[in-house]
Ligand binder design. Structure first.
Ligand SMILES: Nc1ncnc2c1ncn2[C@@H]1O[C@H](COP(=O)(O)OP(=O)(O)OP(=O)(O)O)[C@@H](O)[C@H]1O
Length: 259
């Protein structure tokens, strides 16, 4: 499967906001992006999704550039923004439908798909309500429905559960998992340990630098392909936690590795 790669990414706005980021975000997996407030999570998501051109380095997917400014074809990207970006005077259904219509889906089909997307987050009954009448948690779920309805190859969600109770957080994690299972790169910036726990991979930032990279199943290339009788039947499981280890990003035998 393809991966979204950040190579040598730094971003400077007066001071460095990100420095020396080398990272592989794998398709088919959920990656949690954690770190203190101001550590650079939103900046990293913006570069990964091609909204922001890094000062140095590149973000690529299947070898092609993510930066929108190149005008090159790129994968379908969906953002679930921290600030939602909903249109307050439109209904919940219209806010979702608009994302589909903008991608060329016929209005009737777009409305039906919007309805189904709202149902995924248990808010089908709110379809006719103007967004400005909704609670924060309801708005957050409309934003998620809008992000997930398009079937994007890259799904970047910034604090998507910040306003949700435990039950709705669980619902969102199930839906994000579905997106990963159909092959999307799913990256979730979060402060919530339960969300980190639910993800396959975990990347932590601190002051714009990688502080931790934990790939759930690193499959290190040096691991022997075949066991002999003298060797144990199974290698001990790789630790879930690793300090930043750039060898983890070079796995030529990894089927989820380079596209
Ligand atoms: N356009 C900008 N110009 C200058 N500084 C910026 C800009 N955008 C972000 N910053 C700064 O970059 C740092 C990282 O911001 P970012 O929003 O990426 O952090 P974050 O980890 O997502 O924070 P939070 O968890 O609070 O959302 C912060 O110190 C922020 O003030």
């Amino acid at each position: 499967m393809s991966a979204l790669r950040l190579a040598g990414v730094s971003h400077v706005v007066g001071r460095p906001l990100l420095e020396g980021i080398d990272l592989e975000l794998r398709a088919g997996r959920m990656t949690a992006l954690s770190g203190p407030s101001g550590s650079g999570k939103t900046t990293l998501l913006s570069i990964a999704g091609g909204l922001l051109e890094p000062t140095t380095g590149t973000a690529t997917y299947a070898g092609g550039p993510m930066w929108l400014g190149t005008g090159d074809p790129r994968p379908e990207v969906a953002f679930v923004l921290q600030v939602y970006g909903l249109v307050p005077i439109l209904s919940a259904r219209e806010n979702v439908s608009v994302a589909l219509r903008a991608r060329g889906v016929e209005p009737t089909e777009a409305d039906e798909r919007a309805e189904a997307a709202l149902a995924r987050f248990s808010i089908a009954d709110l379809g006719d309500r103007q967004v400005e009448e909704l609670s924060g948690g309801q708005m957050q779920r409309v934003a998620l429905a809008r992000g997930l309805c398009v079937g994007a190859e890259v799904l970047l969600a910034d604090e998507p559960t910040s306003e949700l109770d435990e039950g709705n957080r669980g619902l969102v994690l199930v839906e994000l998992r579905r997106e990963a299972e159909r092959g999307a790169v799913v990256v979730v910036a979060t402060h919530d340990p339960a969300v980190v726990e639910a993800c396959d991979d975990h990347v932590a930032l601190d002051e714009g630098r990688l502080a931790r990279v934990d790939l759930g199943d690193p499959r290190r290339p040096e691991q022997p392909a075949e066991q002999t009788a003298a060797q144990p039947a199974e290698e001990p499981a790789a630790p879930r936690t690793a300090d930043v280890d750039h060898a983890l990003f070079r796995r030529p035998d990894d089927p989820t590795g380079p596209a």
